[in-house]
Structures are given as C-alpha cells and as structure tokens.
Design a protein around this ligand. Structure first.
Ligand code: SF4
Length: 114
C-alpha cells in the first residue's frame, strides 16, 4: 500500500498538495483558446460557434460568449481563425461558481468594418 495513502488516512488529508513547481509535461498540454477581440467580427463569431463541437462558443449580438468550462481544448477554433484565436497556455481552471467560467468577449473587429 502506498505511503501517501496511509499518511492521508492517518492525518485526514483527502487531496494531494498542489505541485510547488510546474510539471514539465504541462507545456505540451492543449489549452483552451484565448481570443483577440479586435480580430473578431460577427461573421467570424458565427463561424466559430458553428465549428465548436462542445458548444462552448456562442454569439450574443456584438459579443462572443465563451464557456471555458465546456471547452475541450480541441483546437478547431484556432485552426479556423489563427489570427483571432490563440492558445491561452492556461490549463489551470478554477472558479468559485460555474457562471465565472463563462467569458464575454466583445467583437471589436465589427467597429473596424463599420
Ligand atoms: S478549443 Fe474546441 S471546444 Fe474549445 S472553444 Fe475552440 S472549438 Fe470549442
């Protein structure tokens, strides 16, 4: 039986400690996207919504609604629009409520086309 298990049972620890230093393999993990508002238009937001298999993206008027909690970091949105979507590099997602995982990104590219 592993020592960490016995130690946990003896001291009541139910989770492992957060790692003090980053795991090297984390650099290669796929991460949710980050969006460049100035490159986003309504048309592109609609395309992104259509390509997302997790329904993590939706357009609400001049806003792209991104549900980070639903995103699987598949990378399809980045492939579709590499100028507007980049990898966030952030794989650590924590929030105090589900609603805090939903981001509203303004479609500032619309202003450039008006
Ligand atoms: S990475 Fe995949 S799941 Fe996440 S928002 Fe982009 S298309 Fe959707």
């Amino acid at each position: 039986m592993p020592l960490w298990f016995l130690r946990g049972v003896a001291h009541g620890v139910v989770t492992t400690r957060y790692p003090a230093r980053a795991e090297p393999s984390a650099a290669t993990l796929p991460t949710p996207p980050a969006f460049r508002p100035e490159a986003l238009t309504r048309a592109l937001a609609d395309q992104l919504q259509g390509i997302c298999p997790s329904r993590a993206l939706a357009r609400d008027a001049d806003t792209l609604v991104f549900d980070v909690g639903a995103c699987t970091a598949c990378g399809r949105c980045r492939e579709l629009a590499p100028g507007a979507v980049i990898a966030s590099g952030n794989f650590e997602l924590a929030a105090t409520s589900r609603a805090n995982l939903v981001k509203r990104i303004p479609l500032l590219g619309e202003k450039a086309t008006r």
